[in-house]
Write a protein that binds this ligand. Structure first.
Ligand code: ADP
Ligand code: ZN
Ligand code: ZN
Length: 689
């Protein structure tokens, strides 16, 4: 069995015998300390009986001219450094619980698997406050109502499919077992999570629930608090301010929080009594961290459940193909919720609208406009989905063909009409809209294509009496703003909603009965082999927002390719059929999940430098049997923020073979990298743009 990242062997070396340890063997205890410095090693310090420190303790040490907080990862009695040159630790911190062997084991695993130094992995996994010299905030008093975690305000009585799912998982609380809960949108997956969490908490365990992005799902947090009025719930995500995050982390680490609800980083929180792990929307790409320790929060959750010896439930309407393949192969147990849970609620009717034959007005087909008009007359809400913010993706001169481009990226600037600016969505650069074409002087510059702002403008012109709400990153920057807007929509505010991906996630809008999808084809034409999988998931998600109560929902997808198998599967709500055809293609083409991959990415100010490094990297070590190294290729958007980017992919059918090669390669690469070039390894990469 080799499902995650994880199920492979974990080497326990409580103390790595350093080379030549015999010669330098010391009698004093040596602490190997993880520090947040970009050096691929641990640092040795001494301690004696007056300062007893153990693995997992946070310690203050002198480092250069400064003091720093580090974590003791190992304790031994020898060092490769001569004893006279080792410094004693300054202080052992006892203001937070000692980090457990299980937590250290998780860090070791992540460090090895994702090819990141252990010191950085450990330091980067703690909230900033825990690795600073600033004292921790005073312990919070338990609120009176936080003392009765077993109180559970149950939702609707579970139906047969929910009951079966609940009982199957509940039967193995106390054992590691991965489950895939495959339930269509609105099938009552959240109810299943809540009931399972209630069981785990009632038996004295802690539960961990991971969600893609918490700001997008304020309703979910409210539902948790409602269901567990007597429980202490730690909410954890990166946008929390320092003190709140520290409290939430400490509550979890002390075993006082009964439930931890958070984004991917919550999987790194110590939980001494962990008894259940839930990953909602497991397919969501935002579970993958795209910088530093490039871990998959979902895969780390499985590994975490394994270490804790508890079940893990991955829930989604559209599983990632990796997860689906694991379920098909019997490595994950499949639980299915085939129907919507609310009695009488049906999955929406999905139809394509053929752009080749329809009359189209400002990018909106006649059928779509008619459907919106009908909803307005009935007092129901419509959602127009377009995954592109701004007014228009291109500002061009029709006289000479000039188009506004970013100075620092090989990308076009996006026109933002609300504040009359041109913005680069890749590096954030912005400039004023030129009065005339800088090439030929033509003053009649044209916006081409459309984004949310332009669609909003068009709809306002066509339906002057309708209340139109636009929801995208541009008008949801302030904390809490998005949550308020979403709540308002739930109460029926807004007749027509125009929005991006932000509107697709698990919201429950009772009065929404129509979803119109614009511009979906552009993803179909992408070169990324994951684009069809992503688009299917997005459309099923966004379509799933409609008709969640008694009124039936309708989804209209504007396309030039109505016969495309992806759209055909979507019309039939046939995830399984779609997945089967995708998996067959992936197997033929030799793509994941049938092979394991890593990407070596590099960037430098000149493309020749980037490419030369990658070519040298490919030849650096003899390629072992079972490993395939592909030629380096520049990214589609080659230049970003002034750097020329390229990558190469390494594949193997065997995870251990790939891992062994990566470890050796990662150690050898720094010597090959010229100054000014930045590079990193991404294990199980999911973005190739
Ligand atoms: P999902 O997480 O699968 O999208 P939810 O758990 O949010 O689904 O449930 C969707 C809706 O169905 C919610 O309004 C919920 O209260 C309701 N619901 C869930 N289970 C049942 C049930 N067994 N009977 C009636 N309604 C239910
Ligand atoms: Zn021009
Ligand atoms: Zn740019």
């Amino acid at each position: 069995m080799d499902n995650f990242p994880g199920s492979g062997k974990i080497t326990h070396s409580f103390f790595h015998k350093p080379r030549g340890a015999g010669k330098f063997l010391l009698q004093m205890r040596v602490l190997r300390v993880a520090l947040e410095v970009p050096v691929a090693k641990l640092f040795d310090y001494l301690c004696d009986d007056t300062l007893p420190a153990e693995a997992g303790d946070r310690v203050v040490v002198a480092f250069g001219a400064r003091e720093r907080v580090g974590v003791v990862v190992e304790v031994g009695d020898g060092s490769v450094v001569a004893s006279a040159r080792l410094k004693p630790v300054t202080r052992v911190l006892a203001d937070a619980p000692r980090l457990s062997p299980e937590w250290l084991e998780q860090m070791r695993f992540l460090s090895t698997y994702y090819q990141r130094p252990l010191g950085e992995t450990v330091a980067g996994s703690l909230p900033p406050r825990l690795r600073s010299l600033k004292p921790l905030p005073k312990k919070r008093k338990l609120a009176q109502e936080e003392g009765a975690p077993e109180r559970f305000v149950a939702g609707p009585a579970p139906n047969a499919a929910q009951t079966e799912a609940i009982e199957k998982v509940a039967a193995v609380l106390g054992t590691f077992r991965p489950f895939l809960l495959h339930g269509v949108t609105g099938s009552g997956k959240t109810e299943v999570y809540l009931r399972l969490i209630a069981r785990a908490v009632a038996s004295g365990r802690q539960a961990l629930a991971l969600v893609p992005e918490i700001g997008l799902t304020p309703q979910l947090e409210a539902r948790f608090r409602q269901a567990f009025p007597g429980a202490r719930i730690s909410v954890l995500h990166s946008a929390l301010e320092d003190t709140a995050r520290t409290h939430a982390w400490l509550d979890a680490a002390r075993g006082e929080a009964h439930i931890v609800l958070g984004t991917r980083l919550a999987v790194l929180t110590p939980m001494p009594r962990l008894g259940l792990v839930v990953v909602d929307e497991e397919h969501d790409p935002s579970f993958k961290q795209q910088e530093g320790l490039r871990y998959s929060g979902r895969d780390a959750a499985i590994q975490r459940a394994k270490l804790a010896g508890c079940p893990v439930v991955l829930g989604t309407a559209t599983p990632s193909l990796e997860t689906w393949q694991n379920a098909r192969a019997g490595r994950y147990e499949l639980l299915t919720l085939p129907e919507r849970a609310v009695p009488g609620a049906r999955l929406p009717a999905v139809r394509t609208v053929d752009l080749r034959t329809e009359i189209v007005e400002h990018g909106l087909a006649k059928t779509v406009l008619e459907a919106i008009r009908t909803r307005l007359a009935r007092g129901e809400q419509s959602l127009v989905f377009i995954n592109r913010r701004g007014y228009a993706p291109v500002l061009a001169c029709e006289a000479c063909g000039w188009a506004a481009g970013c100075q620092r990226c090989s990308a076009r600037l996006v026109l933002h009409a609300s504040d009359q600016r041109l913005r680069c969505h890749h590096c954030g650069a912005e400039e004023a809209i030129p009065r005339a074409c800088p090439t030929c002087g033509n003053v009649d510059l044209k916006p081409l294509g459309r984004g949310t702002q332009r669609v909003e403008e068009t709809l306002a012109g066509l339906f002057p009496a309708a209340r139109i709400l636009r929801i995208d990153r541009d008008n949801s920057r302030k904390r809490g703003e998005l949550a308020r807007t979403l709540e308002g929509i739930g109460r029926g505010e807004g007749d027509i909603l125009v929005g991006t991906q932000l509107l697709a996630k698990g919201h429950d809008f009772p009065n929404l009965t129509l979803v119109c999808v614009l511009n979906a084809d552009s993803s179909l034409l992408s070169t990324d082999y994951r684009s069809a999988e992503r688009l299917f998931a997005t459309l099923a998600q966004v379509g799933g927002r409609s008709g969640r109560r008694e009124q039936p929902g309708e989804v209209l997808v504007q396309t030039r390719f109505p016969g495309h198998p992806m759209y055909q599967a979507l019309l039939r709500h046939d995830y399984a059929g779609f997945a089967a055809s995708q998996l067959a293609e992936r197997e033929d083409a030799g793509f994941p999940p049938f092979v394991f991959e890593a990407a070596l990415r590099a960037e430098a100010t000149e493309l020749a430098v980037t490419m030369a490094f990658l070519r040298a990297a490919a030849r650096l070590l003899p390629t072992p049997d079972g490993v395939r190294i592909y030629d380096p290729v520049p990214h589609v958007i080659t230049r970003r923020a002034g750097y020329e980017r390229a990558q190469l992919v390494v594949q193997s059918h065997s995870r251990p073979v790939l891992q062994a090669f990566l470890a050796e390669w990662n150690a050898a690469l720094p010597a090959t990298a010229p100054g000014g070039l930045r590079w990193h390894l991404d294990v199980d990469p999911i973005e190739f743009d």
